[in-house]
Structure formats: C-alpha cells, structure tokens
Write a protein that binds this ligand. Structure first.
Ligand SMILES: Cc1cc2nc3c(=O)[nH]c(=O)nc-3n(C[C@H](O)[C@H](O)[C@H](O)COP(=O)(O)OP(=O)(O)OC[C@H]3O[C@@H](n4cnc5c(N)ncnc54)[C@H](O)[C@@H]3O)c2cc1C
Length: 378
C-alpha cells in the first residue's frame, strides 16, 4: 500500500516545517514534507522580502537562549551554502519611556550584556536625521540586528533538506491524518503517506488540521506596504530597521534594499480572518491611513510614493508565545504553531526543536514557555 514508510512526515513547508524537515534529514532519518503550494510561496506567513532578526528581545526573557542559537544556526546554514543570510543593518527601537517596547528592551539590557546605545530623541537626530521622534521618546540602537530574506531562506532550507535525502511533496494538500496503532496515516489529494511521527507546522491552517478541543488560534490579516521617494538613497544602506511605538500602535520598517523601496507595516493592529483560505489580499480602505500617518509624523521628509503591497498572516496564541510541544493526546504528533508574528528569526532552531520532539520526545533547548496545555481551555 505504501511505497515508503517515513520516520517523520511534516505537514507544511513554510519556515518552520521546512526547517524541521531539514533537521530530521540531516540526522539521517527518512522524512517527507507536504506543502499545498510551491516552495517559498506568498500565501502563508513566510514571504514579503524581509524579516527582522534582533538580539534585544523585548517580548519575553525566555527567548534569549533561542536567539543566540538562531544567530548561530543562520550563520552555519549560510556557511554551508556559501551565502550570507543575516544582513546586519542595526535597528532602532523607540517609544515613550513607559511603552512596552522600551520597558522590554530595558529589561533585556539589564539582564544581558548586549551592545547597545541609548539616545534621547534630540541626540538621535544627529545619527539618524531621517527620524523626527517626539522629544519625550527614548531611542535604543541595537547594532547586531538585521534582516533575513524569507523566500531565499525557505528555498535554501528546503534545498538543504533535499540534499540530505528529504522528500518534499509540493502543490499537494493534506486532507486528513489519522493516528493508527503503529503509524500515522496522512491522506493528501494525491497519495497516502505512512510515518512513525508527524510534525504539524501548518501556519494559519494549523488550527483546522489539529482540531484540538479547547485550543484556539486567531489569524490576523497583516497588510504590508513599500514606498519609494524622490530621495530614496537616504533610506538605503545606512538606514536602520526600526520599531516605533506611536499613537497606540507598534510600527516597523526596513531600509530600501531594492527598487520597491522602504517597507513599512503595523505590528499591533488585529484584523481577524475567519479562515486562511478567505484572506482578503487586496488593499482595504483602512489599511494605509495609519502607515501614512506614521510616516508623516516620524519620517516627515520621506514623502512616500507607493510601489508595492502585500498581505501576510499572523497566527496568534492567547499570550503571543509559540507552541512547541507534543500533541496533548498523541505523543508521536508534534506541534509547531502559533508563532504570533515573531517566529521567522528562530526558524532553524525551531526546526531542531521539532525534530528533537519528534525523534526523541524531548529537547535540550529551553521550551517551557511554549507548552500547548497552557492554551487549552475547558
Ligand atoms: C507581515 C509579517 C511580518 C513578520 N515579521 C517578522 C519579523 O520581522 N521577524 C520574525 O522573526 N518573524 C516575523 N513574522 C513572523 C514569521 O514570518 C512567522 O512566524 C513564520 O514565518 C511562520 O512560519 P510557519 O512555517 O509557521 O507558517 P507558514 O510559512 O505559513 O507555513 C505553513 C505552511 O503550511 C502549509 N499548509 C497548511 N495547511 C496545509 C495542508 N493541509 N496541506 C499542505 N500544506 C499545508 C501552508 O501552505 C504553508 O506553506 C512576520 C509575519 C508576517 C505575516
């Protein structure tokens, strides 16, 4: 009935699933991955030119051991493929003294000896004249932050997995899975796959595929804009990544790395999506106003001309932290989900964790924060 029985099958080959597939393949196990679209597609959560990687993690101190490993893992993968994957630009984090991001980075700098500069809004104009922060804003500069290119990274990870013997089945949709006494049976629109272990890394589709009673994941629609300007060269190589808490929102952006220009989006705004297949991919009337207001107030000389628009999805847990755990009912099923809009930078580490949990049932990476039971209600 089956051509091959796999040690591990992975559902979803975005950032996390492809990294899990690579990690399993590199350990010499038989692994396949199933992806409903093509490699590095733009319909999930791992696309859109750039992703921030940064050392000063304001979300929670427990990410710090993972972030060090993530830098190492991206550098190691880059060495293997002879390409630099982390593009260091430095990053500004700014907001009023009591804002979440400022309190978060300060807690992080208090606890960890990380290089950084703290500037008052007026001083920052000397170094970053493009910004016009209000006088009460504090500005932190993280010189180690930079960006990853998600499409390039997912393609490189998938290629590395294949080089190590993995079988990716792309343009193929998992319709269901069933945990039988001696294996997991995965039914796609094309074939039936048997595996000892299953990793579910299905991004915004995870909730439906897992169907765990009491587990709820919200999907947020995230519009992203690119702009050029008559003096775009001021926003290119010497311009930092930024995250600014302003007007009740968290706005972030990247330097112009090609002709599409400066990329800007709002991290905080939540627009719920009922199902990922129903995501509205067109710009809506309310999408751009907060971004233009932000640019007008913080980068007043920019004078934006829109070049590009994209939509992506955050898969949110109730507390904004990941799920990296075994299924509450089946120990041979592993869940990597709920990356809540900040998972990409950790992808190779998460791949290792998912491989550890699938193959060994445990991991030496500290993942206590990411247990699934904390999110199961009722
Ligand atoms: C706009 C935006 C900006 C972000 N910025 C950052 C950032 O700066 N830094 C950072 O670290 N993180 C960032 N993130 C978050 C990060 O990109 C995500 O956490 C990460 O990419 C999620 O990866 P994933 O593998 O879980 O999901 P996905 O990449 O969506 O992968 C899931 C895959 O599963 C597949 N799939 C689902 N169901 C099935 C099925 N039934 N059969 C077959 N295949 C299936 C999907 O097609 C998809 O390819 C951002 C996210 C967005 C949307």
């Amino acid at each position: 009935m089956f051509n091959t029985k796999y040690d591990v099958a992975v559902i979803g080959l975005g950032a996390m699933g492809s990294a899990a597939m690579m990690a399993v393949a590199k350990r010499g196990y038989r692994v396949c991955g199933i992806e409903q679209f093509h490699t590095a597609h733009a319909r999930g959560s791992s696309h859109g030119q750039t992703r921030i990687i940064r050392k000063a993690y304001f979300e929670h101190p427990d990410y710090m051991p993972l972030i060090d490993r993530a830098y190492e893992a991206w550098q190691a993968l880059g060495s293997e493929i002879n390409e630099n994957l982390i593009h260091t630009t430095g990053m500004i984090v700014s907001g009023p003294p009591n804002s979440d991001c400022i309190r978060g980075v300060e807690a992080c700098y208090d606890a960890h000896p990380l290089p950084h500069d703290k500037l008052k809004a007026g001083e920052s104009r000397r170094y970053f004249p493009q910004f016009s922060f209000p006088d009460n804003f504090i500005v932190y500069h993280d010189p180690l932050a930079g960006y990853l290119q998600p499409e390039k990274c997912v393609s490189a990870i998938t290629a590395m997995a294949v080089q190590n013997g993995a079988h990716p089945f792309v343009n193929e949709t998992v319709l269901s899975w069933q945990n039988l006494p001696d294996h997991v049976e995965i039914t796609t629109n094309i074939r039936t796959i048997a595996a000892d272990k299953l990793v579910v890394a299905a991004g915004a589709w995870a909730h439906g595929l897992l169907a765990i009673p009491g587990l709820h994941l919200d999907i947020w629609r995230k519009p992203v804009f690119w702009y050029t300007s008559s003096h775009i060269h001021d926003y290119q190589t010497s311009f930092p990544i930024f995250f600014v808490e302003f007007d009740g929102g968290g706005f972030y952006g990247f330097p112009a790395i090609d002709e599409s220009g400066l990329k800007v989006a709002e991290h905080t705004r939540a627009e719920l999506v009922a199902h990922p297949d129903e995501l509205d991919r067109e710009p809506g009337p309310d999408d751009e106003a907060p971004i233009l207001n932000f640019l007008d107030r913080m980068l007043p000389d920019f004078i934006p001309q829109r070049t590009q628009f994209s939509v992506c999805m955050y898969t949110m847990t109730a507390d904004g932290h990941f799920i990296l755990d075994r299924h509450p009912k089946y120990k041979n099923i592993v869940v990597g989900a709920g990356f809540s809009g900040h998972g990409f930078k950790f992808a190779p580490v998460i791949g290792e964790v998912l491989a550890d949990l699938a193959l060994n049932g445990a991991t030496d990476v500290p993942v206590d924060l990411f247990g699934i039971n904390r999110l199961i209600k009722g």
